[in-house]
Design a protein around this ligand. Structure first.
Ligand code: PEP
Length: 254
């Protein structure tokens, strides 16, 4: 079964509103009309609404970099699903390794965030991935299994259509070290089998699993040629329209 590819740019804490709008417009220009791939941009919260307005005519998903589970209330520093939708967004990144590592977000918190996104019909882009220490200790699959099971606790099979997973080995994020295509494929196949075990094969076959970690114009084609890699979550290389454009327009194998 062929899944629609998703090419996602995570802009992290970069760019003023005007810079973000300019980049979004430049990226939109690079997007050819494809039926087999989608593009997602995740600007900083301050730029969400202006970016959404700037690319209103384009077929691009506007995404928040995190989300709270509540609609409103005393949650200083958070953004609610309703606010994301109000700003023109329709997706949220959840559990990015920078949230886990720098801000101490736990699997339980990430589970609440994912449920919040799904309850308000946002697409949840759930990030998982092992550290270098965990990989070297031979714990990659154990770590991935815990992260996936805990994040998906209470998520119904019928909600999985709104979940995209992103395998992002922590040691490959922003480091210039990409997992080899074999390492990435092995982890993706493991995650897909896990989804089949938790839900059913059909759901696993339909769930998109993106790879993230130093994806660049020079390695995107070989990564995208792997059978279980359905797209890319891109940090550094998404900050330049030409390089992200080349990533979006990856060359299909075969
Ligand atoms: C990311 O932020 O999710 C990421 C993968 O970053 P980079 O592409 O810079 O490694």
């Amino acid at each position: 079964m062929k899944r629609k590819a998703m090419m996602a740019g995570n802009w992290k804490m970069h760019m003023t509103i005007s810079e973000a709008c300019k980049l979004a417009e430049d990226v939109a220009q690079q997007c050819k009309k494809y039926d087999d791939r989608e593009v997602l941009l995740a600007p900083a919260y301050t730029a969400l609404s202006d970016v959404a307005a700037a690319i209103r005519e384009d077929d691009i998903i506007v995404c928040s970099q995190n989300v709270c589970w509540e609609e409103k209330g005393a949650f200083t520093g958070e953004i609610s699903p309703v606010m994301i939708k109000d700003a023109g967004g329709s997706a949220a990144i959840i559990g990015h390794s920078e949230r886990r590592q720098i801000f101490g977000e736990s699997d339980q918190l990430i589970n609440r965030r994912l449920q919040g996104a799904l309850n308000f019909d946002l697409l949840g882009v759930l990030c998982i991935g092992e550290t270098l220490e965990e990989r070297e200790a031979g714990k990659t699959f154990e770590v991935l299994e815990t992260q996936v099971r805990e994040a998906l606790a209470g998520v119904e099979a019928g909600q999985m259509g709104n979940v995209v997973l992103a395998y992002e080995p922590v040691w490959a994020i922003g480091t210039g070290k990409t997992a080899s295509k074999e390492q990435a494929q092995e982890a993706h196949a493991f995650i897909r089998q896990l989804i089949a075990n938790i839900y059913e094969k059909n759901i696993a076959e339909q769930t998109r699993i993106l790879y993230g970690g130093s994806v660049k114009p020079t390695n995107v084609d070989e990564l995208m040629a792997q059978p279980d890699i359905d797209g890319a979550l891109v940090g550094g290389a998404a900050l330049d329209a030409d390089s992200f454009g080349r990533i979006i327009n990856f060359e299909q194998a075969g």
